[in-house]
Design a protein. Structure first.
Length: 447
């Protein structure tokens, strides 16, 4: 988050100042300008909070180096002198990178917070403890700012949502909501469980889909390089001396000639599609299309689908408090699933039916078309008996057990398949090389 401070003048001449935080400097500047237009203010200055490196000492002690965030150099100098230090130098840090912290660090923060909340430790003390121990600079500074803002009486939900670029939208919402609820520890535990499952799911998807695709792509490039460049250097020597080539060697040489003669076309076929697909996946329509197709994939599609329902049910269970207030938990749970098609069907089909026509949860979920028959049957049973909250938790636990077990088997099968492909390719290259090695020139005829 970028923090800025602005100074403005009212129409009566009064000078006022304020500060705000936004994901980028341009967004913060636009917000200040809109605020100025709305309240008829004349902007005098906009300062961005930066990191300053300082070198100080006290008396004859050894100089100390450190860094401090501030809106300008003068404020840092004044603060250090107020503490009794002699300021040797203060310079703005030229390169400042605030990368998003690793998911594992966020999971650890949420889990530790949940455990300490269980021990009835005040939340402000928890943040103070974690700020001193967290190594990731971005997360440490973010928690420090959140702690300071909440001590000043800021709304916890609004505060955490301002830092959704660090935590993620859903995590920021849940942590902000927890501070205002009566079951803070429970919401933190549920959020930690969700983050762990999300992390595990992404790791499994990477193992099952992304890693095999990258492996096959690299293997294809290696084969093309061997067939197109290395192999012809040897094979064409035999052609030069009019030696008849064996069938595998002759066929491979034809493929090599095609690759070398159409190098640009081959390069385009291997390079352009991945780039186009990657750019397409970054668009809203592309992500929607890919997310929808993922649910229709053979074998993996079913597992991904059930994992989405598991995440939805787990979040729904945490937020649901009664049928009178079911819309918001359903909306948040749909967003937490992380699949744009799944989210779209619930938010644009199921929820409107519940609001406009007043139909029940089961009917609305059936109309969305993204829930399995098992899930719909369990929701129907829970709706009739008034135990829909517990039903959601049972479904989440059931699908977690099923998907974890089956996904491990699928990953093992894919890894075996990849190993088989690599083995077949290597055997093919070995056979071609061995056949080439058996070629011998004809003995010259003695006259």
């Amino acid at each position: 988050m970028i923090e800025i401070r602005f100074t403005a003048q009212k129409t009566n001449g009064q000078v006022i100042s304020g500060s705000l935080s936004e994901p980028t400097y341009s967004e913060a500047k636009k917000k200040v300008q809109k605020l100025a237009e709305k309240n008829q203010l004349k902007i005098q200055s906009i300062e961005k909070k930066n990191t300053y490196l300082y070198k100080i000492k006290k008396g004859r002690e050894k100089p100390i180096r450190g860094e401090q965030r501030s809106f300008n150099k003068e404020e840092v100098v004044a603060a250090l002198r107020k503490l009794g230090y002699e300021v040797i130098s203060v310079n703005r840090k030229l390169l400042e990178f605030n990368l998003k912290p690793p998911q594992q660090d966020i999971v650890s923060f949420v889990k530790i917070s949940a455990e300490l909340l269980d021990q009835k430790l005040p939340y402000s003390e928890i943040l103070t403890l974690l700020v001193n121990d967290i190594e990731n600079k971005t997360l440490r500074e973010t928690l420090k700012q959140i702690n300071n803002e909440m001590k000043k009486g800021a709304d916890s939900e609004a505060t955490f949502l301002r830092y959704q670029s660090v935590f993620g939208k859903f995590t920021a919402y849940m942590l902000g909501l927890a501070s205002k609820s009566g079951n803070m520890a429970e919401i933190y535990k549920a959020t930690a469980k969700f983050l762990e499952r999300q992390q595990e799911f992404r790791k499994n998807i990477k193992s099952a889909l992304i890693t095999p695709m990258v492996t096959l792509f690299v293997l294809a490039l290696a084969v093309i390089f061997y067939v197109g460049y290395i192999f012809p250097e040897t094979a064409k020597l035999f052609v030069k001396f009019n030696i008849k080539l064996p069938p595998l060697t002759a066929a491979t040489l034809k493929i090599s000639d095609f690759l070398m003669g159409n190098g640009l076309l081959v390069a385009l076929i291997f390079i352009v599609p991945p780039i186009v697909f990657w750019q397409f996946s970054k668009t809203k329509k592309g992500k929607f299309f890919i997310d929808r197709m993922m649910l229709k994939m053979p074998i993996m599609g079913t597992l991904i689908h059930k994992t989405l329902i598991e995440v939805f049910c787990r979040v729904f269970y945490t937020l649901y408090s009664g049928s009178a207030e079911s819309i918001e938990p359903i909306r948040i749970a749909a967003e937490a699933a992380g699949n744009s098609y799944f989210e779209h069907q619930i938010k644009n089909v199921a929820i409107p039916l519940m609001i406009k026509k007043g139909i029940g949860i089961t009917e609305a979920f059936t109309a969305s078309g993204v829930f399995t028959e098992t899930a719909l049957s369990r929701f129907h049973s829970g709706e009739e008996t008034g135990t829909i909250k517990n039903t959601a938790l049972q479904l989440a636990n059931y699908y977690e057990s099923e998907t974890v077990y089956r996904l491990k088997n699928v990953i093992e099968l894919i890894q075996v398949g990849i190993a088989m492909v690599i083995m077949i390719v290597m055997i093919g290259l070995t056979l071609v090389s061995a056949e080439t090695a058996t070629i011998s020139p004809k003995s010259p005829v003695m006259k």
